[in-house]
Design a protein around this ligand. Sequence first.
Ligand SMILES: [Zn+2]
Length: 173
Amino acid sequence: MDPTKTKRPYTIGELRAWEPKFRRFIDSANPTQKGCHLWTGGWVNKQGGYGWYRRDAERYMAAHRIVWALDHGVVPPPDVAILHRCDEPRCCLSDHLVAGSQLMNIHDMVLKGRHTYGERHPFAKLTAEKVIAARRLHAEGEGVCALARAFGVSLGPMQRALSGKTWRHVVAM
Ligand SMILES: [Zn+2]
C-alpha cells in the first residue's frame, strides 16, 4: 500500500490525543552526532527511508510529518513537503524540519527583495527559523545584501547571524 494515499488522514485532534506518548518515544531516541532523533518505533512501517506510524489500520502517516503537525497545530496538506534540513529521512527532531512551501516562500522573498529595496518588509527582525533559512540560502550562494534586504534587517545583523557570531544556538547545517 502507498502510505501517502491514506484515505482518511489523521486530524490534529487525533494526533494531539496521543501526543505525549509520541513525544516520549521520540525524546527517548539516542541523538546522532548531528543531534537527530531517529524514528525507531517498533510499530513502524519503513518506506522511502521515512519512519511511518500507523495507529489505525490503513491509516499511515510519516512520523516527521506528525511532529511538524503537532508543532504547528495543523496537519500539513499532502502537497506540502516536510523537508529534513539534516538530510536524515528518519529524523523527528522539530528543529530539523521545515515545510517545503515555507522554504520556497522565503526563497521567493529573497528574490523579490532585490526589487523592493526600501519598501516595508513583513519581517522586521530575525527569528531562529529565518536564520536557518538565510544560512541555507547563503550556503547555496545567496549574497549577504540580498538576504539582509529580504529579511528586512540591515547588513550587520545579517552578517553576524550568517557567520554564527549571533544565533550561535541555532543548528547550522
Ligand atoms: Zn535531524
